[in-house]
Each structure stands twice: as structure tokens, then as C-alpha cells.
Design a protein around this ligand. Sequence first.
Ligand code: ARG
Length: 569
Amino acid sequence: MFNTVFKSLTSAAISEVQNEYGIDDVSINWRRPQDKSHGDISTAIALQLAKEVGKSPRDIAEKICTALGKDESVDRCEVAGAGYVNIWLKPNALISELINTEQSCSKTPKRDEDPIVIEYSGPNIAKPLGIHHVLSTVIGQAVSNLHTHLGYNVITVNHFGDWGTQFGKLSVAFDKWAEKELSDHSIDDLLALYVRFHEEAEKDSSLDDVAREAFCKLEKGEKEITDFWKTVVEISLKAINELYDRLHVEIEYPHSESMYQDLMEPILKEGLKKNVFVEGDKGAVVVEFEEETGLSTAVVQKGDSATIYLTRDLAQIRYRIDTWHPKEINYVVDVAQSLHFKQLFKTVEMLGWELPNLDHILFGRMRFKDVEMSTRKGNILRLEQVLNEAVDRAGEKIKTHGDSIKTDNSDDLAEMMGVGSVVYGVLSQNRKMDMMFDWDKFLSFEGNSAPYLQYTHARTCSILRKSETDNIHFPNLTDETLETKERVLVGTLLQFSSALQDACDSKMPHVLANYLYQLCQDYNAFYNDLPILKAEGAMRDVRLALTSLTASVLKAGAKILTIRVPERM
Ligand code: ARG
């Protein structure tokens, strides 16, 4: 924030320090004081220099203060506490900084640099998506949107679980119990077959052997089972893609585990040759890690030669490095897979591959406030059902708030609000902790929720419409002063670009969500306190321009979080 003002104040302060104390190498950090009564910006530079120049910090601060006081962007400058320099900027200087915020609302052009790969979602095929799948899916999409928005060269990729013994099980179940053509099966029918297999296998364990054999046939590429598998994948992808559309999720490369078939053999050979892979129990091939890693032995090939999850992950890394030469590969996956990723990353290091930065972007478990949701055993809680329920609940709210909610299309609004509330409910929580699914909180119009954000956006749009003003822009202020609520709003707007950068660097979408929530609160306080349409002259222009900029920031920020905001509500 404060790019332009910073430059001029920084150079004024530095030349003062140089002239007075002869120090060449000074760097100045500005921050925005927590306490609004400490000015717009502040620096602790005098405290840092005190020892070096052998003067009291307050003396140094006084000197800097006098020098900065002459800058035309400075309204007032004071020395506070042990030697802080607090600065109040002139309204014009503050407002002219908002150009940076305006720019931050649009995407930065893509930089010509090695890509960052972000893998997310990774559901297993032949089962409907469960509510927990929303976590990797939307956290991954938000992290990739953040990077794309800031101009990184991003490659998004999926890792569908479309390989493994479960396909053997499914094909056995289909042969034994299916009552219609495979292509007539829905994703739920497939799940029912799979569940039936497990029930029957409890009584008759020989079924497991038959299933393993079937999977071996699939690995060998036998036609009949391969055709079966292809159709199952098609049915599954259709169902999954419908949900991705509703969630505004777009993954560029819909890769899946089966894709890496031919890459595993050479890696197994390489590992054996390098003695990284050794023979384990019953003819299995394993990796043993050094004691200080604390990692348990990992299998890369089973005794019956079947490959496993880890083998396909080794191949996936090889493929991505060779194809894209990325500088980073990120995996947005459940914390429960931490050990797996540690073993995986250690193994590729032991293989001596030249590696990009590998990062497991983990997230916690989902817990449910609703007793019925949390105690549901066996049956998975389906994502589609949860989204439908969210939309129904949003629809009810729209009906009961009929007087205050104005919309042209209440079905669209309910979809936007319902889906948004679940997604925002997830993204507004620190992903490293367990997440609480709470209908009341998610759908509330008051708290840190999608409806509150959507409502605030609609409010800004309504004011802009009512203003009947075409060319809304910040005027040149001369004698006008800014009211406190206005100054606070300006300050929060100025922080948009640093909130984006922080959320992106830390790969934590909730940092952006919390920022947007703060902005909504500051805008609503401003709206409740000050006349906008009834203000006069330059102040009306300022307030309309602040309203318009708030609308742009909310819209751009929500979109990064995969959420849509209405113009009317
Ligand atoms: N399909 C996996 C699961 O459901 C998640 C995939 C994670 N990605 C990976 N490269 N292993 O557990």
C-alpha cells in the first residue's frame, strides 16, 4: 500500500538521516498502525538507528518528523512513545494511492517464468463426491486463482483415483449382481455395487482374491475389463464435472492415476539399480528410510507385481518435471496423507532427481455442528445433496426476507448464495485447523459469511444505480477533510493488494476471506454513518468513488474465492 507516497517519504527520510548522521545504508519499513489514532502510516526507523548513531530515538524521530512534515502529502507528523514517527496524510495523498487498489482488482499479466503446478481435488472414481471433497477442491481452486491473479504462471492438474483394486471389486460386483447395462448405471448405482461387494466379501473372503485377479487383468490391459473400466470412468467424470461447474472449479489437466502406467516400470528399475528400492516381505519392493527421518518403510510394488498409490505418485512427479519444468509442485491434500507425502518427497530425493520445490498444502478435517450430519455412519454425505440443501435453505431465507431482498431471479440468487455459503464457510477458516460445518454461521446475513459479503456487494451496486452518475471517479480534494469512517475505509481498501499477496504467499485463502469481511464491516459502518447520495460536491464524488471501489474489490476478491456476488439482493 501507499506506493507513491511511500517513495517520496522514504527518500525524504533517508536523505535527512544521511545528512544528519552520515548513514548510507538505511531501509525504511512503513506500517499501518493498528490503532487508528496513531495516524495513517508509521515507522520505527528511529528506534532501529538509535544505537548505531548513539542518539536517543526520540531525537532522531524529531529530526525525521520535521523533515517529513515539509512533504506536500503530509498533513501532520508526530513523535510518539519511545520514538515512533506517526504520519497523517493529506486526503488527496491518501486518495491518490487508491489507484493501486483499482489496479489490484484486475489480473496481473502472466509473467514469463517457470510454472507453478497446483494439484487438487483428486477424487476417487466410481463413487459420488462426498462433502469432504469440497475441501481440496475449493482450497486448491482458491490457491490457484490467487496465483493466477497475481501473474504467476499456473498449471492446475487433477489426480483422479481411477486405478487400483477397487476396480477389480467393482467389475466382480457388476458381473455378479448388475441388473442393467453398464452405460445405464448412474454414479449411485456404481456405489451400490461397490457397497454390495463389501457386504458379500465379509461372508465370502474368496471374493477379494477374484477382485485382485481382475485388477491384475486390468493392469495387463485385457480388453474386456479395460472397456468396463473406461465406461465407469466416463460415468464418474460426468457426475464430477457437473459439480465442478457448480463450484466454479476448472482444472486444466484432468489427469488421473491410470495415466502413469508406462512410467512406473522404468522408475522401479531405476530405484532398484540405485539401491533405493530393495526387496521386502513376500516379494514386495520397498523403500527403507534412514532412521533419523522417522519414516516407516514404504512399499512401491506388491508381491503380485501390482503397483500402488505411491508408485503412481513417483511417476506423476517424473511426468510433471519432464513435461512442464515447474519451479514448484503443490499438492492440496488432506492432512491424513502427511506421512505418504513425506515418504514420497524423501523417495524422490533419494533417487537423486533434480527437483522443484515440493509442497504438501494440507488441510484439517471437517466437523459438523449438526448432530445428524456428524453421526451419519456408513453412507457418505454426498456433496451434491449438501449443496442442494444449502440452496434450499438459501431459498427459504430469500422468501422470509422477501421485503428487504430484491431480486430478478430468486432461483439464481439461491444457487449463488447456497453454494457460496458452503464454499465461503470452508475458505474463511484456517485450513490448517479442523473445520466446522455450521449451517447457521454459513448462511447468516450478519457474520463472516457469503451472504453478508454478497449482501454488501449488492448494497454498493444499489447505491451506484441510485446515484445515476456515469463517470464515477475520485475528485481532486482541496480543503475537504475525511471523516473517521471514511479514513478507515480508505485504509482498508489500500490493504487489498497486501492481503492478496499474503494469502498467496502463505497459500491460505482465509487471509483473503478475512480481509473481505473487514472491508464489508468498514463499508457498512461508513454507509450507516455518512450520507452518500445526499452528500454534496466533492464529498459526494469521494463517497461514490469509495462505494464503487469497494464493489470492485468485493467482486474481484470473491471471484478468487470462487464465489459470485449479485448486483441486486
Ligand atoms: N485420490 C486420493 C485420495 O482420495 C487423493 C489424491 C492426492 N494426490 C496425490 N498426488 N496423491 O485420497
